[in-house]
Write a protein that binds this ligand. Structure first.
Ligand code: FES
Length: 167
């Protein structure tokens, strides 16, 4: 019994390790294909103007070596007042694009309007809320503040404080 338990623990650790390494490779591969919005990076802050984004468009930018997903929600997408960032009369999803299970980078699937994590089948809705599989919580929201139509990543503004319950 103890041996079997030990074997399961080992397999769990080995699988977790493979998934983590896979996540790192995926991060490297994806970094090459990121399509940064015109952004200004300085001292850990990244400023992104959201106004040029099309409705329904997803962009991935890099902030402190992490992928950040920015989705300008289509009006038909479900609103989520606990997670939506409202800029330029639109709701945006702004999340760190690392699965909350073991850190792989999920992909956006426009046909179902979900983020799918290929590592173990985790699914997140358009607001980044986990809806299926092993992820234990929604995708994390990075610290941000809003300046007009600009998103400043790296600084905690009142909009961020409200979403994460610090307001
Ligand atoms: S890393 Fe396991 S489901 Fe995403």
């Amino acid at each position: 019994m103890a041996v079997e338990q030990g074997r399961r623990d080992f397999l769990g650790m080995a699988f977790g390790g493979v998934a983590a390494v896979g996540g790192i490779f995926a991060l490297g591969a994806m970094k090459k294909s990121w399509d940064p919005l015109p952004s200004v990076q300085a001292a850990g802050f990244t400023t992104v103007d959201l106004s040029p984004m099309e409705v329904g468009e997803l962009r991935t930018i890099e902030w402190r070596k992490k992928p950040i997903f920015i989705l300008r929600k289509d009006p038909k997408m479900q609103k989520n007042p606990n997670r939506d960032v409202v800029v330029d009369n639109s709701e945006f999803t702004v999340v760190i694009g690392l699965c909350t299970h073991l850190g792989c980078i999920p992909s956006w699937k426009p046909s179902t309007q979900e983020f799918i994590c290929a590592c173990h089948g985790g699914v997140f809705d358009a607001s980044g809320v986990n809806t299926f599989g092993p992820p234990p919580r929604p995708l994390d929201i990075p610290p941000f503040k809003i300046e007009g139509t600009k998103l400043v990543l790296g600084e905690e503004g009142p909009e961020y404080a409200k979403l994460v319950g610090k307001a």
